[in-house]
Design a protein around this ligand. Sequence first.
Ligand code: SF4
Length: 385
Amino acid sequence: MTYMKTATDYWFSIEPYVFVGITKKCVLLYNTLDGATIESDKDEVIELLQETLKKENCGVVLLTNERYKQKDINSFISELREKYMGDIIEVALTKGKPIQLLPFFNFPNKQEIYKKHNFSPLKDVLENLSEISIHVDSTTDVTKLIPFLLSIPGNPTFNIIGNIEEVANYSKLLSYFVQHLSPKNMLCSYKNVIALQSAFENNFSYRISVHFPIDIQQWNNSRQLLLNQTLPVEYVFGVSSDDDCLKAEQFIDRFKIEKYRLNPVYTGDNIRFFEENVFLTQKDILATFMTIKDFFARQSINLYDFGKINIMPNGDTYANLNHPALGNIYIDNIYEIVSKEVEEGKSWFRVRNQAPCDDCVYQWLCPSPSNYEIAIGRPNLCHVQ
Ligand code: SF4
């Protein structure tokens, strides 16, 4: 195509490090170098950006002088230039249409992602495994569990979840982990802390869950056990009300707990607590600094679940306990289990592509959908829509 060159027509372009979120009613530009943003609900601006983002335009469109003079376009471009997020250049100063390579995200589904990255079935699928959570109770069969764990390649993080003392021959399981180079975490209630033999000590971290009301005698016992060991400890306080938060803070203060976090718990009747403390506001969303890679990751994988597998005491495996089982470790091998998630699963690739998020400019700024969305039964936990 040839263009009439006049002194006052321009080429309009967006910088490649700018992420553009666009809906029919609004547009958001996010500068991944410094976190600056521009939002606009002006029809002219939305139209200009829609054209710019068309693949065939390669991030550059002709901006006629008449269009440039339009009030909304003019002030948008001034702001864009002030924030180094885009530019205009006189057509007369260029030999032809400049080319700008925008980082398009172009993986329509998970199978495409795998094809695009040229993942070979066995090796690369298993390379995604990053965390194995082993839920234990009195029915856990260590003699069957260990051979399965031995078949897991690489060094994923292992979490042992539950009361390990209930497991027959649990020291065999711990001995297996001692030899394993992976990071290992023991996740249990403060009521189930055990004194690990000194040989195990330096290989594990503790993540201790605490729910109210707290049995102070059991707390004191477990606290003493943990102080007698050198294991790194993180306390996770389950909180379902403002009162719980207050109590947790007092506890943290009283026992001088250094590493802790508060974990909101949905009880079915504390939605107000969630609205006030968990639901995101526009300010919260924009406060998170994002790189172009972060935007792409949020469009392709669930950042909470990706790479993670749970093994239940009966051997059933899940990517996320809220979704159907992927298999059973006594029947299926690790490759079959992971392949099932990659091909048919609902967890690793659960992204924010449902209404109303699919029509929101913050769609790829918001964190991946979590288990709270499932528990509450809402696809969006925000005050935006
Ligand atoms: S949760 Fe969904 S609707 Fe709410 S701000 Fe995020 S993307 Fe938009």
